[in-house]
Write a protein that binds this ligand. Structure first.
Ligand code: S3P
Length: 268
């Protein structure tokens, strides 16, 4: 019994070390983010993630409970990413743009970089209805789908620090834009019609262009939508010819700039 007491004491001491190390780690994470911001350094550094993973794999090689330790480290890293995200943005990031402008790809990249939850509106609606977007259009009509989008945006206002990837037509309703602005910053992603065609040509869940996959049709619809898209946007990011990393870095920096401008205006 005496031995059990001693073992528990050792365990308690170990927990104390872990706790203090975690608190210190989180402080360092905040300091690194502040340093990057104040020195205008690149915020996203995927190569750092890779380096860290390799280091951990090397350290854990042949060790007992390596899977469990890896799991804890994954959690630690994800929490650090969340701390960084909250330090950078205390709001939801709402991605809008034409079909194929890169909303899904960029929300996935942001989610990996900052461990942010992603709400892919088309997917949520389709899962809830238990049918594809094309089937929803066919069975219930476009108006039904558009109402589902509006309701989902209202629901999203209870969330914070989430990436919301909208459907291409979501900003066409003014009330949707109002709902987006209540809980987040709106980011418009753009691409040339040729780029869009290239990105959507092999997919079949976009009823509005399924039988119209031409540059002319895309350009025409894009021109009709441009004014609404631009009016809804807090920032605009062109995606042609850029890597996901470049787009996300530009997006984060533009949001920070916009926030600084707005807080400067407020303090006047
Ligand atoms: C639409 C775009 C689609 C989807 C639906 C309608 C549109 O989303 O919501 O097919 O009106 O532009 P993506 O932009 O994600 O393809």
């Amino acid at each position: 019994m005496e031995q059990l007491k001693v073992l528990r004491e050792h365990l308690g001491e170990t927990d104390e070390i872990i706790l203090n190390a975690l608190l210190m780690r989180n402080r360092i994470v905040e300091d690194i983010m502040a340093f990057k911001e104040s020195h205008g350094l690149q915020i996203l550094q995927p190569e750092q993630d890779e380096k860290q993973n390799k280091w951990l794999d090397r350290k854990l090689e042949g060790k007992r409970h390596s899977a469990e330790v890896k799991n804890v480290f994954d959690c630690i890293v994800n929490n650090s990413k969340r701390i960084q995200a909250r330090k950078l943005f205390n709001y939801n990031i709402v991605l809008i743009g034409f079909m194929g402008s890169g909303k899904t790809t960029i929300s996935d990249y942001l989610s990996t970089s900052f461990a942010m939850e992603v709400v892919e509106m088309d997917k949520v609606i389709s899962d809830r209805e238990g049918m594809s977007i094309s089937d929803i259009f066919e069975v219930y009509g476009e108006e039904y789908f558009r109402n589902a989008e509006t309701n989902l945006l209202k629901e999203m206002q209870t969330k914070a620090n989430v990436v919301i990837s909208c459907g291409g037509g979501t900003p066409m309703r003014d009330c949707n834009v109002e709902e987006m602005r209540k809980n987040g910053r709106v980011v418009l992603l753009t691409a040339r019609p040729e780029t869009i065609l290239d990105r959507v040509k092999d997919s079949h869940d976009r009823p509005l262009i399924e039988n119209n996959k031409t540059v002319e049709f895309i350009e025409n619809l894009m021109n009709k939508r441009r004014a609404k898209y631009e009016a809804a946007a807090d920032i605009i990011i062109e995606t042609d010819g850029k890597s996901e990393l470049q787009i996300c870095e530009e997006l984060v920096n533009s949001l920070l700039k916009k926030d600084a401008e707005d807080s400067g205006r407020q303090s006047l």
